[in-house]
Design a binder for this molecule. Structure first.
Ligand code: NDP
Length: 386
């Protein structure tokens, strides 16, 4: 049966990998909608190639450029953040949520409310609005499939027939480009160095998150919402080779792991074909060439962002939404050259200390917390510049 698919964030790293798999199987998929923020060139080209029904650019000022590129092609051009939500609600069988940051929150909620299958790459939405999103998925009968490679690995290893048999979920972390960098040398890290991940090719924001290890912290919070475990059953292990993508440890001593070459097309393909499997162009894993698998504990002194996220996970409530928003502001400021690398975690910590609202129970409450945290974090960025 042909699967009707929508890709939110189609021009990004995950979006491009998703379209690569879809285009290799043109008879299996029908593209309903593709969305981007500003990149109309890439969006229009992908929409034409995949014969999408519509293409949406969130930044409305780019709509005329999109209309020009799509004239006479049969693809309907649309503009504005509201249109991204409108197409997310159009009822595709399968939606890839690959917008970066909390800009993905409303579209992910719209896709969940439409009740289809949502493949979630946009971890920030689950970090900010975990309870609200999971409740929406349950209420509307939507299926949420994790695409983040670690959570996809856990999803593959988890024995759902015996949830009480799980002792721990262990997320592996590459440690990023500065895994062995002394703390003193971290002060001068540039954006170009921070986005150069040793194993994975990813968008700028998640690359910086990997460099600070905030990414692993956000993933702990993501795992807490996706899987039936308590916060103290989640652990992180540094594994620089990125071959073991995560593990589930059971009470009988068994540890199940999912392995593969570091290529996002494997977890995306798993979510795209689920509950079946599909072929990918990813090279097979050659364990003899890998030789040894190495692991070490994370260093919370050199990577304070991870420790901060662990505290936030335990505290729960509004804390994850504040952490996520502050981190987004700080990462954007770092990428723009306005603050130093070490200030990213410091700004997140300071923002968390500024206010402590009640746990959000609605999407609007999450968005209000997000907005306030962004304001405090932006003020703190100004202090750094001054
Ligand atoms: P990219 O930066 O490569 O792509 C982001 C996508 O979101 C682009 O299509 C971009 O459009 C769109 N976008 C950005 N801002 C907005 C906005 N305000 N409104 C609507 N659309 C917007 O990110 P990645 O693909 O690397 O990451 C996407 C998500 O997946 C993130 O949440 C990340 O944490 C997660 N993830 C990514 C992995 C990876 O390997 N890259 C691995 C695991 C998770 P435009 O191109 O026009 O700017």
């Amino acid at each position: 049966m042909v699967k009707r698919v929508t890709v939110l964030g189609a021009t990004g790293s995950v979006g491009t990998s998703t379209l690569d798999l879809i285009e290799r199987n043109p008879h299996a998929f029908e593209v309903v909608a593709l969305t981007a923020n500003r990149d109309v060139e890439k969006l229009a080209a992908a929409a034409i190639r995949t014969r999408a029904r519509c293409a949406v650019v969130a930044d409305e000022t780019r709509l005329p450029a999109l209309q020009e590129r799509l004239a006479g092609t049969g693809v309907e051009p649309m503009g504005g953040a509201h249109s991204v939500c409108d197409v997310a609600r159009m009822g595709a069988d399968w939606t890839m949520a690959a917008i970066v940051g909390s800009a993905g929150l409303k579209p992910v909620m719209a896709a969940l409310e439409a009740g289809g299958t949502v493949a979630l790459a946009n971890k920030e939405s689950l970090v900010s609005a975990g309870e609200v999103m999971m409740a929406a998925a349950r209420a509307h009968g939507a299926t949420l499939l994790p695409v983040d490679s670690e959570h996809n690995a856990v999803f593959q290893c988890l024995d759902r027939t015996a949830p009480r048999g799980v002792r721990r979920i262990i997320l592996t972390a590459s440690g990023g480009p500065f895994r062995s960098t002394p703390k003193d040398a971290m002060r001068g890290i540039t954006p170009a160095q921070a986005v150069a991940h040793p194993n994975w090719s990813m968008g700028a924001k998640i690359s910086v998150d990997s460099a600070t290890m905030m990414n692993k912290g956000l993933e702990l919070i993501e795992a807490f919402h996706l899987f039936p475990v308590a916060a103290d059953q989640l652990a992180v292990l540094v594994h620089a080779q990125s071959v073991v993508h995560s593990m589930v440890e059971y009470v009988d001593g068994s540890v199940l792991a999912q392995l593969g070459t570091p290529d996002m097309r494997t977890p995306i393909a798993y979510a795209l074909a689920w509950p079946e499997r599909m072929e990918t162009p990813c090279p097979p894993l050659d364990l003899a060439a890998v030789g040894r698998l190495e692991f070490e504990n994370p260093d919370l002194d050199r990577f304070p962002a991870l420790g901060l996220a662990m505290e936030v996970l335990k505290a729960g409530g509004a804390r994850p939404a504040i952490l996520n928003a502050a981190n987004e502001v700080a990462v954007a400021a770092f990428l723009a050259g306005r603050i130093g690398f070490l200030e990213i975690a410091a700004i997140s910590a300071d923002t968390l200390s500024r206010y402590d609202p009640a746990a959000p129970e609605t999407l609007d409450a999450v968005l209000a917390i997000d907005e306030e945290a962004r304001y405090f974090a932006a003020e703190r960025v100004k202090d750094c510049v001054a």
